[in-house]
Design a protein around this ligand. Structure first.
Ligand code: SF4
Length: 333
């Protein structure tokens, strides 16, 4: 049975936020199955971890400039192939992507797997780290189930005088419109006006069938991903996209890829150049979820990537293709 995104989102939001006390439920990474995949032990009481963002992981995949390039630009750092981030994960997600490297028990707002925090306390601990990663990454889970999280983190960084020397990055699976329905106009303006912030939304497949295959949600929710992205651009946020290319079938791939890039370009002609494909790698929690079709999709994602690159080469000039991701300006069609 497919996930009902609306109901599931509301349920988890209720379990994950205490607006009056400005508290949020974050995953306790220490002691979890995820811990064994980390290169460094969790920190900050077990709810933080240091992630090394790498531009190039191997020669089978395209470079990933996110969030390295926007962070370096905002922080006036020289271009780099690697940057560290302090990552926090909220304790629930409304979807269940089979390739998610987070164990599902860290996505269900379980009291025994999570901790209530305030961002003021957490940012105070982060400020005392040495060395301190230059990026704070709000990940999940699905951070946008509680869009207050971004705002409260911005305010905590400002109170510590860190807003100019830290780059804030947040993930979004493009599933809910809580940014508009749970935040006031004034709160959205505060987020829009915060200088060192970028957001990434993830397209989970190239069409309704691959989206449903990947997320467990209904194929109908795929179209909403594009609508949400359009609204974030209109809102004036510095927004980027990820894309996963694992498909249950590669039948009619050239036509399907072309149609997907058409849909991106309906949002904005330049959106494909702000979109970065992510290689799906089977971390520990993923292995037991694999079956024949999923395993096959891990193998064929490299071929799907070639079609994505060919589509971009066909639609953009060589000069456009080499633009740094943060210098791609919206065409606003
Ligand atoms: S949307 Fe993200 S956090 Fe949620 S299950 Fe999928 S990959 Fe995991």
């Amino acid at each position: 049975m497919s996930i009902e995104t609306g109901k599931t989102s509301a349920k988890y939001r209720d379990r994950m936020i205490d607006v009056g006390q400005r508290r949020l439920l974050l995953s306790r990474i220490s002691g979890s199955e995820q811990e064994q995949d980390l290169s460094e032990p969790p920190n900050l009481g077990g709810v933080g971890r240091v992630r090394h963002f790498m531009r190039i992981r191997n020669d089978r995949w395209v470079p990933n400039p996110l969030p390295i390039d926007p962070a370096c630009a905002r922080l006036s750092l020289p271009p780099s192939g690697e940057l560290t981030a302090e990552v926090f994960q909220n304790a629930a997600c409304n979807w269940r992507c089979w390739y998610c490297y987070v164990p599902f028990d860290l996505l269900a707002a379980l009291p025994e797997r999570s901790v209530w925090v305030t961002m003021d306390d957490l940012i105070a601990s982060y400020a005392a780290l040495s060395p301190r990663p230059p990026i704070v990454d709000l990940s999940g889970g699905q951070p946008e189930l509680t869009p207050e999280w971004v705002l409260w983190t911005m305010e905590a960084l400002q109170r510590r005088g860190l807003d100019r020397e830290v780059y804030l990055w947040s993930d979004d699976n493009l599933s809910v419109d809580y940014y508009w329905t749970r935040l006031s106009r004034r709160e959205r303006e505060a987020i829009r006006g915060y200088r060192n912030y970028g957001r990434v939304g993830c397209f989970k497949g190239i069409d309704e069938s691959s989206f449903a295959f990947n997320t467990g949600a209904r194929g109908d929710d795929f179209g909403f991903q594009f609508e949400l992205f359009r609204r974030y651009i209109a809102e004036g946020l510095d927004v980027y996209a990820y894309l996963t290319l694992v498909l249950p079938s590669t039948e009619n791939l050239p036509e399907r890829m072309s149609s997907f890039v058409d849909r991106l370009q309906v949002v904005d002609r330049m959106l494909p150049l702000r979109t970065v494909p992510l290689e799906v790698v089977p971390f520990s929690p993923v292995t037991p979820r694999l079956d024949v079709v999923r395993s096959d999709s891990l193998r064929t994602q490299y071929d799907v990537l070639r079609h994505w690159c060919a589509e971009l080469d066909r639609r953009f000039s060589p000069a456009e293709r080499v633009l740094p991701v943060h210098e791609v300006r919206w065409a606003r069609n």
